[in-house]
Ligand binder design. Structure first.
Ligand code: ATP
Length: 413
C-alpha cells in the first residue's frame, strides 16, 4: 500500500515556516509499518492543488494532506478534493455545534467564515479535532483514501494519534512493525566508517543500514521490519553486533544519547570532576555539559577566557607563554588546562584555544586551528586540530572533540 503526504500552505513554499508535519507523519506511519513513498508540497492555489492531488490519486492508495482546513478563502483543500472526486460539500451539523460551542464558551462572535470549517464532502468520515476547530475528514473511493488533517502541528498530531492511526490499522490491517536503532559514533570520518562496513551496507536488505552525518557525528541507523517488535529487535541486535565488531571504539551512544550525556554519565560513574577554560568555544562545551540535569555532580566550574588578559588573570596563564607562543598554541592550551584544574580543584582540567574565523588567521595559524589540552593529577595531553568549516561548525567540532577527549581519557583510566 502506497501513502503520499501532501503538505499545503503557501508559507511552506516561501520558506516562512518549516514543514514539521510531513516528517512527523512520515516517521509515525513508518513506525506503524506503512510505506510513505511520496511527499509533495503545494501552495494555497486551486489549480496547482488540483494538479498535485490528481497526480497523487493516480500513484498512491492513501493520500494524507495537512493544512487548508481553516475559515479563510485560502483554505481550499476540502473543496479541491470534493471537486476532483465529484462529491458535494454539505454543512455537517455536529462539527458546526463544536465550532459554535468554542465561540460561545469564550464569549466571542462566530463569523460566517467559520461555517466553511464545518463543510464536509458527502460520504466522508469526520475526524474529531480535540485541539482546535476544523474537523478532519476521510474520503474513501474505490481506489483511494483521502485524509485531510489540519495544519497547526499540535492539532494535526493529536488528530493523527487519536483518529487516523487507529483508522488506518483497522482499515488496512496491522502492517507489522518497523523498528530502528541508531548507533552514534565520533572520531571516524564518514567515508572511513563506510569503508569499515561496506560489505554489510552492500548486502543490506532487512535490516537496512543508513549513515547520517550530524554535526561531525556519524550515526548508523539500523532499521528492521518484522511481524512483531521482538523479531524486529532480534534482527537489529544481530546487525548491531556485526557493525560494532568493526567500529565499536568509535560508538559512544545509541538513539538519543548525546556526547554530553554519555560524557557526564562516565564522569559521574567514576566520581570524577571536570573544569574548563574555554576560549574559541565561548563556553559551548560547558553549555552542553550543563544541558544534562545533575551535571553539578561532575562539573565544578568554567571560565570563558577570551582575551589574553582574561587568560592571565582568571586562569593563570603566564604572560610569557602568550608572548612567546601566542594565545592559540599548545603551550597556552596546556596552561589553561592546568590553571583551571587548580582554580576549581577538579580532577580534570580542559583548556581550549583556537581560531574559529573568519578573521584572525595568520600564515602559520589558519582558521580552524584548535588546541585542546587535558590535565589530570598524573599527566597532561594536548592535541592539535585543523577543523574545516564556518565559525559555528568549528565551534561545534571543537566542542564535540573536547567531549570525546574527556570520554576517551576516562575510558583509558
Ligand atoms: P487553521 O484552522 O489554523 O486555519 P488549517 O488547517 O487551515 O488551520 P493552515 O492555515 O494551513 O491550517 O495552517 C495553520 C498554521 O499551521 C500555519 O500558519 C502554520 O503555523 C502551521 N502549519 C501548517 N502547515 C504546517 C506544516 N506542514 N508544518 C508546520 N506547521 C504548519
Amino acid at each position: 500500500m502506497i501513502i503520499e503526504i501532501i503538505s499545503t500552505g503557501t508559507e511552506l513554499l516561501l520558506g516562512q515556516i518549516v514543514n514539521t508535519n510531513a516528517p512527523y507523519l512520515a516517521r509515525r506511519l513508518n513506525e506503524l509499518g506503512f510505506d510513505v513513498l511520496f511527499q509533495s508540497t503545494v501552495g494555497d492555489n486551486r489549480e496547482r492543488m488540483t494538479q498535485v492531488l490528481s497526480v497523487a490519486l493516480a500513484r498512491a492508495d492513501v493520500i494524507i494532506t495537512t493544512g487548508g482546513l481553516g475559515p479563510t478563502q485560502g483554505d481550499i483543500t476540502k473543496e479541491v478534493t470534493a471537486a476532483l472526486l465529484g462529491r458535494k460539500l454539505y454543512l455537517h451539523e455536529p462539527s458546526l455545534d463544536h465550532i459554535k460551542c468554542f465561540f460561545t464558551r469564550r464569549n466571542l462572535n462566530m463569523s460566517d467564515n467559520n461555517l466553511r470549517q464545518a463543510m464536509i464532502a458527502e460520504g466522508a468520515l469526520v475526524l474529531k479535532n480535540s485541539f482546535g476547530l476544523a474537523p478532519g475528514t476521510v474520503v474513501e473511493t474505490e481506489k483511494n483514501t483521502v485524509i485531510h488533517l489540519p495544519g497547526p502541528p499540535y492539532e494535526m498530531e493529536g488528530m493523527f494519534e487519536q483518529e487516523v492511526a487507529p483508522y488506518l490499522i483497522q482499515r488496512f490491517g496491522d502492517q507489522g512493525v518497523i523498528f530502528s536503532k541508531t548507533l552514534r559514533s565520533f572520531g571516524l570520518g564518514e567515508s572511513a566508517l563506510e569503508e569499515e562496513i561496506k560489505d554489510l551496507i552492500k548486502a543490506q536488505n532487512n535490516p537496512t543500514i543508513a549513515l547520517l552525518v550530524r554535526g561531525g557525528e556519524i550515526t548508523v541507523r539500523i532499521t528492521a521490519k518484522a511481524s512483531d517488535q521482538q523479531s524486529a529487535q532480534k534482527l537489529i541486535d544481530d546487525m548491531e553486533q556485526k557493525i560494532r565488531s568493526r567500529i565499536d571504539k568509535y560508538v559512544f551512544g545509541i538513539n538519543d544519547e548525546t556526547q554530553e550525556l554519555v560524557t557526564g554519565r562516565l564522569l559521574a560513574a567514576k566520581k570524577l570532576t571536570v573544569a574548563l577554560a574555554e576560549s574559541c568555544t565561548g563556553g559551548l562545551v560547558t553549555n552542553r555539559l550543563t544541558d544534562i540535569p545533575g551535571s553539578s555532580e561532575y562539573l565544578t566550574g568554567s571560565v570563558v577566557c577570551y582575551s589574553n588578559a582574561a587568560k592571565i588573570s582568571a586562569v593563570g596563564v603566564p604572560a610569557s607563554t602568550l608572548e612567546e607562543f601566542g594565545a592559540v598554541s599548545s603551550q597556552a592550551a596546556q596552561a589553561m588546562a592546568s590553571g583551571i584544574r587548580n582554580l576549581f580543584a577538579s580532577d580534570i582540567g580542559i583548556g581550549i584555544t583556537g581560531i574559529a574565523g573568519p578573521g584572525g588567521a595568520t600564515d602559520d595559524k589558519p582558521v580552524g586551528l584548535v588546541f585542546i589540552a587535558l590535565a589530570d593529577k598524573k599527566a597532561m595531553q594536548c592535541h592539535q586540530y585543523n577543523f574545516i568549516g564556518d565559525r559555528m561548525a568549528i565551534k561545534q567540532r571543537t566542542a564535540n572533540t573536547a567531549l570525546s577527549l574527556i570520554r576517551q581519557h576516562i575510558n583509558a583510566l
